[in-house]
Every structure is written in structure tokens, then in C-alpha cells.
Design a protein around this ligand. Structure first.
Ligand SMILES: Nc1ncnc2c1ncn2[C@@H]1O[C@H](COP(=O)(O)OP(=O)(O)OP(=O)(O)O)[C@@H](O)[C@H]1O
Ligand SMILES: [Mg+2]
Length: 377
């Protein structure tokens, strides 16, 4: 029976076909003899390894290998010929290739073994796997990002649990304070009156702590989006008070310029507050690096039917390396930053049909601004 391989061509044609095959192969093909000298070296090898055929033919194949393979290779062939133990022959594996210019690249090397008359030869086929490695490393990055996200998620849960835990002692403090106040209410000794004033202040601070915790829980707890018509100023004001906790200690002056004539805006209040929180927190963080620390928060209503809120700081401005990728996740210049704040802001604002932008201020500093469409109730 005739098969496709049985003398399909004449001898001369066979020789020509062989040449075409070797030279058009995309993968590198190298043939070596039993002592490791190169007998054939195709065009793809020239491209992959950078050596011309005349530099390689007749020389030991180990010149093409990076250390430590280079030093081991002669022993390896010898060991194979005496023991027939296979490490790569007939199998193939991922190895590191080295170009003449010293650069290395990942490649899949498969080695076959054959006979040319009485002479034993080895045929190596080199497949450049750089592309595959790029995909694999991108995959790893994505996995790392996912791990990040799930850590964030855990943080949300922890915050929620912490807020819950803190609520109980705060309630107890409040109750004790009230009881103490009632206990001394009937006395008008000046020292007791002073103590009462202090207890009032303590109660005020406790209430404030409770409020912060309540808002914190609102922010982190998982919930469905709830849209309603809200007062933009009030929404922002609530969020700022949470975001600016500790800001006065940091010597930050906050200036509010609220337009009182903004129509109600259809929004998910908690989500928009999350945007405000992230923007204010970024500003506060940026202001740590400068001595004049001002944050101006302005709201307004534009003719084209958009309400806006802008957050303008006197900070150092956006670092060049993040400016173009600002809204991408995991872009950060902060040691402890996750780089998710702005990407969350962006997705919330665009989810509301709005726009988030960042511009550099004339006198340094940055202004972030979000616009939300005002839809009639
Ligand atoms: N107001 C600002 N002034 C200067 N740089 C800013 C400002 N806001 C953001 N940036 C820069 O943009 C980067 C990305 O901000 P983003 O809020 O997304 O992440 P982050 O603040 O680094 O971390 P995370 O918000 O997740 O804790 C910051 O690391 C910072 O370099
Ligand atoms: Mg941030």
C-alpha cells in the first residue's frame, strides 16, 4: 500500500522540499551530531538566537546555551549515550534560551533522536514561548488583583464587625454619663456644676463617635442600590464630616461653597457619599505633603442640567506616573494605598450617568469634580 510518505517526490524535488521546509519553518531547527557539533541550523534559529549559520555550524551546540547548561551539556550527551537515560530527548521541556546579544527568552525545546546512515544525530526544535509567558504573567497579575479585591471585601466585613463591637461600649458610656448627670443634678456646688459641663461635653463627643460609627457601617455594609431624590449639599456635608475626622489635627482648613439652589438629584445617597469620602480622603492625604493645607468644596448647578461638586486642594498635584491612569484600579503612589479609591468613584459616578474629572490647579494642587444629571422628580 502506498502512503503519503512513500517517495511522493523525485530525489531532486525531495532535496528542494527539504530546503524549503527547513528554511520556512517558524520554529528553530538544529541538528547536532553525537559529540554535540552543529550540523544544521535553520533561518528561524538565526532570528531567535542572533547567530549567523557560519558562526555556529561545526561548533559545539553548548555555545548557544546559557550557563549552567553550557557547562553540563557535553556530560549530558555522554551520559545519555552510555545509559540511555532521557532528560529531554523524546520529551521536550521549557528551557531558557539565550540570544547572541545576551538577552534570554523562554522557549520550548523538543529533542528527537535519529540516524543518518551509521551516525547518530539529535534534532532540536525550538519554539519561542515569550508570548505565552506574557499571557501567563498577565494572568498572575489579574489573580493578584482579585486577591486584593477580596481583601478589601474582608476589610469591609471587619469594619462592620468593629463598628458593631464599638457601639455597645459607646452606648454604655452614654448611659453612665446620663445617670451621673441625673445623680448630681440637684447640687449647685460650683465644682459639681463644672463637672456637669464636662459631662455634657463627654456626652457630645460620645454621640459624635456613635455617629461616625453608624456612618461607617452604612458605608461598608453590602446593600442594593437605592435611588432617591436627594439634597446634594446635605449628602456631601454628611460625608465630609466623616471624611474630615482628624483633619483639624492635621491643620487642614476646609472651605465650603455650597450653592443653595440646586434641585434634588436622583442618586444612591450612600454611594455618592462614598465618592465624597474617597475624594476628600485623597485630598487630606495629599495635603500632608505641603504646608498650606486648604480644601475647597464647591457645589453648583449648570445650565445644561448637571449638578456638580468639586474638591479643590492646595496639595502637590498629581504625580506624573499616575495622571494618565488615574481611574484605573490598583494605581497608587502610597505605601499603604490600594489604589482603588478613584476607580470606585469613577464607576459610581458613571453608574449615575455622570462624569468624574481631575484637573490641575493653576497654583498647584488638584481639583476633582463630579457631575450628576438632574432628573425631574
Ligand atoms: N488630591 C490628590 N492630589 C494628589 N494626588 C492624588 C490626589 N488624589 C489622588 N491622587 C493620586 O492618585 C493615586 C490614586 O488614588 P486612589 O484614591 O485611586 O488610590 P489611593 O488613594 O492610592 O489608595 P486607596 O484610595 O485605595 O486607599 C494616589 O495614590 C495619588 O498618587
Ligand atoms: Mg484614595
Amino acid at each position: 500500500m502506498k502512503t503519503g510518505m512513500d517517495a511522493p517526490f523525485k530525489d531532486a524535488e525531495n532535496a528542494a522540499l527539504f530546503q524549503v521546509l527547513i528554511n520556512t519553518a517558524v520554529d528553530g531547527i538544529i541538528v547536532i551530531d553525537a559529540v554535540g557539533n552543529v550540523r544544521l541550523y535553520n533561518k528561524a534559529c538565526e532570528r531567535l538566537l542572533g547567530y549567523a549559520p557560519e558562526e555556529v555550524l561545526g561548533r559545539n551546540i553548548n555555545m548557544l546555551m546559557p550557563s549552567p547548561y553550557r557547562e553540563q551539556h557535553d556530560n549530558y550527551i555522554e551520559a545519555y549515550r552510555t545509559t540511555s537515560e532521557r532528560k529531554i530527548i523524546g520529551i521536550g521541556r521549557e528551557v531558557l534560551g539565550q540570544n547572541k546579544d545576551g538577552s534570554t527568552f523562554p522557549m520550548y525545546l523538543s529533542v528527537g533522536e535519529g540516524w543518518l546512515g551509521n551516525e547518530q544525530i539529535f534534532i532540536g526544535i525550538i519554539h519561542d514561548t515569550t508570548e505565552r509567558q506574557v499571557v501567563a504573567s498577565r494572568l498572575q497579575e489579574v489573580q493578584a488583583e482579585l486577591a486584593h479585591v477580596s481583601r478589601l471585601n474582608e476589610m469591609g466585613q471587619m469594619t462592620s464587625a468593629l463598628a458593631h463591637e464599638l457601639n455597645q461600649p459607646l452606648t454604655a458610656i452614654m448611659n453612665y454619663l446620663r445617670a451621673a448627670q441625673r445623680t448630681v443634678a440637684a447640687f449647685d456646688d460650683p465644682a459639681i456644676v463644672r463637672a456637669q459641663g464636662m459631662m455634657d461635653k463627654a456626652a457630645g463627643q460620645t454621640a459624635r463617635a456613635g455617629e461616625i460609627i453608624r456612618r461607617l457601617r452604612d458605608f461598608v455594609e453590602k446593600r442594593d442600590a437605592r435611588q432617591s431624590h436627594e439634597d446634594l449639599n446635605k449628602t456631601i456635608e454628611e460625608a465630609i464630616s466623616l471624611a474630615l475626622v482628624g483633619a483639624s489635627d492635621a491643620n487642614i482648613k476646609a472651605v465650603l461653597k455650597f450653592d443653595q439652589n440646586i434641585p434634588p438629584v436622583l442618586m444612591d445617597r450612600i454611594q455618592i457619599q462614598q465618592v465624597v469620602l474617597n475624594l476628600v480622603r485623597n485630598a487630606v492625604e495629599a495635603l500632608q505633603e505641603v504646608s498650606i493645607r486648604e480644601l475647597t468644596i464647591e457645589t453648583g448647578f449648570e445650565e445644561n442640567g448637571y449638578a456638580y461638586a468639586s474638591f479643590s486642594d492646595t496639595g502637590p498635584g498629581l504625580p506624573d506616573e499616575v495622571a494618565s491612569r488615574l481611574f484605573q484600579p490598583f494605581v497608587t503612589t502610597k505605601e499603604k494605598g490600594m489604589g482603588v479609591g478613584l476607580s470606585i468613584c469613577q464607576s459610581i459616578v458613571s453608574g449615575h450617568g455622570g462624569l468624574l474629572s481631575a484637573t490641575a490647579n493653576e497654583n498647584g494642587g488638584t481639583t476633582f469634580c463630579f457631575r450628576l444629571p438632574v432628573i425631574d422628580a
